[in-house]
Ligand binder design. Structure first.
Ligand code: NAP
Length: 271
C-alpha cells in the first residue's frame, strides 16, 4: 500500500506505509490524569516516558507549592460536570484516569458523569484501603461527625491526621486537646478551642511518628482510611504504642472500572 503525504514546501511525495509505523500503530492517545495523589504522580512519570502517549495532569490547587510532575500540569477546578465534559472535548482527551485521593468524592463523581457525557473511557486508579492487623485497636466510623463522637465524653489528647479539610467537624467535641497535622495553614475559625497545628508533608518515617505521638502524649489517633504505604507509618506507630485509632471509612463511590495497578492503568491508556 502507498500513502500520500504533503510537506510544507508544497511538494507532494509518496511514502511507503512502512515509513509511518508510529502513525499507523499508534492512533491519537491523549490522557487526562486527575491527580493529587502519589499514584497520579507515578502514572504521570510513566506516561511522560511512553512515546505512544501524550497527556496532561490536573490538580485542584489546594496546596500553594504543589509537587512537580513529569507531565504538563493544569491547576484548578473545571467548573463541575459540564466544564469537565467540555474540557474533554476541547482538549481531545481520549482516556481519563481518575487517580485522585480516595476521599476526593466530588471530582470522582464529576469524572464519571463527564466521561459518560463525552463518551470518554474512564479508569479509576486508587490504593487498596488499610485493613486492621493484629494489635490494631480501631474504631471504624463512617465520617468526621461519627469520628468526633467516637472520641468519647472524657477529655483526651487526640492526633488529628486528617488534613485541614474537615477539622471544623471536631469543634462539637471541644473537651479534647487536638494536635492537627497539615500541609497548608487551616482557617483559625475552623479549629477546636484547644488545637496545636503542626506542619508536615508525608511520607513520614515510623520512628518519627512514634516520637511525635510520645512527645505530644497522644492517646488516640483519628485518620482517614486513605490506604497506601506512604501514609501507613502513623498506623504502625499507634499499634506499636498500643493507642486507639478512629478510622474513617472511605466515602461511597459510584461504579466505575477500578484498578490498584499503574501497569493496568498504562495498558488502559494504550488500549
Ligand atoms: P473534591 O471535594 O472531590 O472536589 C471538589 C472540587 O475541586 C471538584 O468539584 C473540582 O472542582 C475540584 N477538583 C478536585 N480535584 C481536582 C483535580 N484533580 N483537578 C481539577 N479540579 C479538581 O476534592 P477534595 O477532597 O477537595 O480534594 C482536592 C484534591 O486534593 C484532589 O485532587 C485530591 O486528589 C487531593 N487530595 C485530597 C485529599 C482528601 O482527603 N480529600 C487528600 C489528599 C489529596 P470543579 O467542580 O470546579 O471541577
Amino acid at each position: 500500500m502507498r500513502v500520500k503525504g504533503s510537506v510544507d514546501i508544497g511538494v507532494t511525495v509518496s511514502l511507503s506505509s512502512s515509513l509511518l509505523p508510529s502513525y499507523a500503530a499508534h492512533p491519537h492517545r491523549r490522557a487526562l490524569v486527575l491527580g493529587g495523589s502519589s499514584e497520579a504522580r507515578a502514572l504521570a512519570t510513566q506516561i511522560a516516558a511512553d512515546p505512544r502517549l501524550d497527556g496532561v495532569i490536573s490538580l485542584a490547587g489546594r496546596t500553594s507549592a504543589p509537587m512537580a510532575h513529569d507531565l504538563p500540569t493544569r491547576v484548578g477546578g473545571f467548573g463541575g460536570v459540564e466544564g469537565l465534559a467540555r474540557y474533554l472535548v476541547e482538549e481531545r482527551i481520549s482516556h481519563v484516569v481518575d487517580a485522585t485521593h480516595p476521599f476526593a468524592a466530588r471530582i470522582s463523581a464529576n469524572a464519571r458523569a463527564a466521561c459518560a457525557a463525552a463518551g470518554t473511557p474512564l479508569l479509576v486508579l486508587t490504593r487498596p484501603p488499610w485493613i486492621a492487623a493484629q494489635g490494631d485497636r480501631w474504631t471504624e466510623v463512617d465520617d468526621n461527625a461519627a469520628a468526633a463522637r467516637a472520641l468519647g465524653a472524657a477529655p483526651r489528647r487526640v492526633f488529628l491526621a486528617i488534613g485541614r479539610q474537615g477539622v471544623a467537624d471536631f469543634r462539637v467535641a471541644p473537651q479534647h486537646d487536638y494536635i492537627l497535622r497539615v500541609i497548608e495553614p487551616p482557617q483559625a475559625a475552623d479549629l477546636p478551642p484547644s488545637c496545636e497545628v503542626i506542619f508536615g508533608r508525608g511520607p513520614f518515617a515510623l520512628e518519627d511518628e512514634i516520637a511525635l505521638m510520645r512527645d505530644r502524649r497522644i492517646e488516640i489517633v483519628v485518620t482517614k482510611n486513605s490506604g497506601g504505604a506512604l501514609a501507613y507509618a502513623k498506623i504502625e506507630a499507634a499499634r506499636a504504642l498500643g493507642l486507639d485509632v478512629v478510622m474513617i471509612a472511605r466515602p461511597a463511590s459510584a461504579d466505575a472500572a477500578t484498578t490498584h495497578s499503574i501497569d493496568a492503568a498504562m495498558a488502559f491508556l494504550a488500549s
